[in-house]
Write a protein that binds this ligand. Structure first.
Ligand code: GGG
Length: 352
């Protein structure tokens, strides 16, 4: 099969980890007789530096014309310390999600057996944990009206959801639940927020079409607590943009590290595949970033965008084998990991 992939490495460790993700795609192409061609595009701080725009038009055009996007990360500390900056790297990522209609962000929380003891959560609460998050990606406070009033002394971000937006992400989540344990948890804050009351109403309506799926509703605060207390109670979780962003960072501790979590953003057009972690400037250029989230994102691409199930499994198996052999990047190493098995980004890539 021939597939054209746009690589948008972005900022910080984005470059280092997508290099490994791409290498793994190349090995799969060779092994399974496919032809993957690549193009590169700019986003985030790198794009601001080159063009003044965090999302150049060329990046959107190339992305729309591709079969899939392998994405790295966006961000730069200089903007974190300058709240008045009008142009920011994150606008590139939010912009491309919107421009491509990528409203559903799938974040599988997969705990590899070998990392059971790397997690900060006790192993007896973890074994067998397997959660698929659906984070809504093109609504909520991220895209609602925002601004300042009263001479800049009051700020607002409108939390806004339409029935249509909630319904389409709920359908995706219920469809996935039907292929898994038929358990779905919807997370909101319906005791306080009107947008959450609409969210819950729509999820309840969609649930009627899936009588086999056992549905529960949790408030975000309770869900955050239960995720650590009893992660195995969850199978599919569907939630809004902000709650999903926060909850999946928390859930990364179930998998051992942020460096292990892949994601797929899907919707109306080309799928975008990226680690859930950001640009991590504290470790940029040191060659120590964990590339496995990018590699596992490439596996999601093979599966979801290209329908290459065996190829995707081969990638996940390769990750499993490398971990079984004892190799670790430093984020998933512990006090018992022999020093010679703690690898940098490139060396970890070579083991796959
Ligand atoms: N690879 C994920 C990434 O770059 N995250 C940084 C970021 O700006 N995230 C915002 C978001 O995911 O909504």
């Amino acid at each position: 099969m021939k597939k054209h992939i746009v690589v948008i490495a972005g900022d910080g460790i984005g470059q280092e980890v997508t290099t490994v993700g791409k290498q793994v795609l190349d090995r799969i192409a060779e092994k399974f007789g496919h032809e993957f061609t690549y193009d590169e595009a700019l986003i985030g701080h790198a794009a601001i530096e080159a063009t003044g725009n965090p999302l150049p038009e060329e990046t959107v055009t190339k992305s729309k014309q591709s079969d899939a996007i392998l994405f790295g990360a966006v961000g730069h500390p200089k903007y974190d310390n300058d709240p008045s900056a009008k142009v920011r790297p994150e606008q590139g990522l939010l912009g491309i999600r919107k421009a491509l209609g990528l409203y559903a962000n799938l974040r599988p929380i997969k705990l590899f057996d070998e990392l059971l003891h790397s997690s900060s959560i006790k192993p007896e609460f973890l074994q067998g944990a397997d959660i698929l998050f659906f984070r809504e990606l093109t609504g909520d406070v991220y895209f609602g009206e925002k601004g300042r009033k009263d001479d800049g002394n009051t700020a607002y971000d409108l939390m806004i959801y339409s029935r249509y937006e909630v319904e389409r992400i709920a359908v995706k989540a219920f469809d996935a639940a039907m292929t898994r344990r038929k358990k779905l948890c919807s997370v909101d804050k319906a005791n306080v927020l009107e947008s959450s009351r609409l969210w819950r109403e729509v999820v309840q309506e969609v649930a009627k079409r899936y009588p086999e799926v056992e549905v529960e509703h949790q408030f975000i605060d309770a869900a955050a607590m239960l995720l650590i207390k009893d992660p195995r109670r969850f199978d599919v979780v569907v939630t809004g943009n902000l709650f999903g962003d926060i909850l999946t960072d928390e859930a990364s501790q179930i998998a051992g590290s942020m460096g292990m979590l892949a994601s797929a953003s899907v919707g109306d057009t080309t799928g975008l595949y990226e680690p859930i972690h950001g640009s991590a400037h504290d470790i940029t250029g040191k060659g120590v970033a964990n590339p496995l989230a990018s590699v596992l994102s490439a596996a999601l691409m093979l599966d979801i965008s290209f329908g290459m199930k065996a190829e995707a499994e081969a990638v996940v198996d390769a990750v499993d084998q490398v971990l079984k052999a004892g190799f670790r990047t430093r984020d998933i190493a512990d006090a018992n990991t022999p020093k010679d098995l703690i690898l940098g980004t490139e060396a970890m890539g070579k083991q796959l």
